[in-house]
Structure formats: C-alpha cells, structure tokens
Design a protein around this ligand. Structure first.
Ligand SMILES: Nc1ncnc2c1ncn2[C@@H]1O[C@H](COP(=O)(O)OP(=O)(O)OP(=O)(O)O)[C@@H](O)[C@H]1O
Ligand SMILES: Nc1ccn([C@H]2C[C@H](O)[C@@H](COP(=O)(O)O)O2)c(=O)n1
Length: 254
C-alpha cells in the first residue's frame, strides 16, 4: 500500500484513443499549486470538460465517514468506495459532486475531510476503483454527444500525467514553492497569510503532500511532462502559461 507510482506504472493507451480528434489535458501538482483554479479556467477557455479527481477522493472520504466505515480498515474502505454512487458534473463553469442524491460539493471541502482524505487516497484498492472511473470520464468526453461535444477534457490531480492518462495530448506538472502554496491556502481559508494563518494551514498542505507522496509522484515531472512553475505568477498569468503549453504541444487554441 505504500509503493509510489513510478512512470513505469502506466496503463497502455487504449486502441483508437488518439484518432478521435478530442484533446485530453492532464495536470498534476502538489496541494495549493493552483491545479483546480487553473484547470477550470483553461477548460472553459478551450471549451473542454473539467474533472477534479481530488474531489473524487474527497467524496470517497465523505461517503466512508457518512457510512460509519472505519478509515483504518482498508478492506472495508475499498468495499464502501466500490459501492459509492458518485456522480461528477464536468462543466468547468459549474462543476458538481453528488453522492446519490446528496450534493457534497460543500461538505468535501471541510477541514474534517481535508485532514482525513489521505487515509483513503493511500488505499491502493480505492485508487484502482477511482482511476477506473476517471478513465471512463475522460473517454466519455471523446464522444461527440458529450458536454464538450467530443472536444475533450482537462483532468487534474496527482497521478493523471503518469497513471490515469499517460497518453494525454498535453501533460503538465503545475508547481509552486511551498511558501507560495502555504500563503495561497492561508489566504483562501483565513483571509490573510500572516504567520498564524500559515501555521494553521500547514497540515492541509505539507503533511497531506507528504502522505499522498507515498502513493503518487507529483513533485518531479515524468518524461514528456512539461513543468509550469507558478510561484511568481498570478492566477491569470498561470492560466496563460498553461494554455501556451497546450497550444504548443497540441495545436489547440481558444
Ligand atoms: N498562480 C496563482 N497565484 C495566486 N494564487 C493562486 C494561483 N493559483 C491558484 N491560486 C489560489 O490559490 C488557492 C489554491 O488554488 P487551487 O485550489 O486551485 O490549488 P490546488 O492545486 O487545486 O490545491 P489542492 O490540490 O489542495 O486542491 C486558491 O485560492 C487559488 O485562487
Ligand atoms: N489524482 C489524485 C487526486 C487527489 N488525490 C488525493 C490527494 C489529496 O490529499 C486528496 C484531495 O485532493 P485535492 O482536492 O486536495 O486536490 O486526494 C490523489 O491521491 N490522486
């Protein structure tokens, strides 16, 4: 349960994937690097669907706690996640997360879930199941009748460039210094980035990344993955930098 995914832990491209004309963009990076904000904006500007795979791990954690599953019981957690009625809404203008009839978009962002999620995300059977669902979402957006009308999807997380979609047309590692990431998260959660706010945010950024790194490699770009460092860029500049990489490697423009 603790061996990191390496670039060799790669699923071979499915036959025919490259010939549909759809574009798949894979973006990975550590906590607070800007994956969600940047991926959503890039998807909107390109007319692509958007998949937040971190939200899927968060929803799995919410579901296990809701079902009173002991998070230290790996088999029980895996069984619960296989039975989870998860529905991801992939419109980048209004992404949604439902478990059954329950809208969990808010509940999955609580400190309780942020603190517990790594326990679920490091369960390898859970990862197998959620990766299967993620590949199905990516494949669905290659269909002309899909939300993106077959234009494709931006999917972001920790193992999208390496394991879920190593065959993506554009693969990007979005990084930022630990200092920038802590300050961003502190501002988001506490309204400022003073010493107390940064200290209160450290567990959600640094400890979580350390735990998540035991099963995924998201700090060093794998072969063929382009690094975009956003430490000294604002959000808009980062979106532009990511769009420039996508245009360069796929020819896809706004
Ligand atoms: N380049 C940037 N400059 C300044 N702030 C940014 C930048 N990118 C993102 N942010 C802000 O940083 C915060 C974290 O961004 P975001 O949630 O997109 O990161 P993330 O990588 O998806 O994090 P996590 O993996 O923990 O969910 C948000 O408040 C966002 O608006
Ligand atoms: N592909 C992914 C996506 C996310 N995770 C883990 C890592 C995080 O602790 C958790 C929540 O992600 P976030 O919403 O903070 O991006 O899910 C992962 O292991 N693999």
């Amino acid at each position: 349960m603790t061996s990191p995914d390496s670039p060799t832990d790669v699923t071979a491209p499915t036959e025919g994937q490259a010939s549909t004309g759809a574009v798949t963009v894979a973006i990975d990076g550590p906590s607070g690097s800007g994956k969600s904000s940047v991926s959503k904006a890039a998807a909107q500007r390109l007319g692509l669907a958007y998949l937040d795979t971190g939200a899927m791990y968060r929803a799995a954690t919410w579901w296990c706690l809701d079902q009173a599953v002991d998070l230290t019981d790996a088999d029980a957690v895996a069984a619960a996640v296989r039975a989870m009625p998860l529905v991801m809404g992939v419109d980048p203008a209004a992404p949604t997360v439902h478990v059954g009839e329950t809208d969990v978009a808010g509940p999955i962002r609580t400190t309780e879930i942020s603190t517990a999620v790594s326990a679920v995300a490091t369960n390898l059977a859970v990862r197998d199941e959620l990766r299967r669902l993620q590949r199905a979402e990516i494949d669905a957006q290659r269909d002309p009748s899909s939300l993106s009308q077959g234009r494709g999807m931006v999917a972001e997380g920790r193992d999208i460039t390496t394991v879920v979609a190593p065959d993506a047309d554009a693969r990007i590692l979005l990084t930022a210094s630990e200092e920038s990431r802590l300050a961003r998260r502190a501002r988001e959660l506490h309204g400022d980035a003073d010493a107390a706010s940064v200290a209160a945010t450290r567990d959600q950024v640094v400890r979580r990344d350390a735990d998540d790194s035991t099963v995924s490699q998201f700090t060093v770009a794998a072969d063929g993955v382009v690094t975009v460092d956003s430490s000294d860029l604002d959000l808009e500049q980062t979106v532009d930098a990511v769009l420039a990489v996508i245009a360069q490697v796929t020819g896809t423009h706004e």
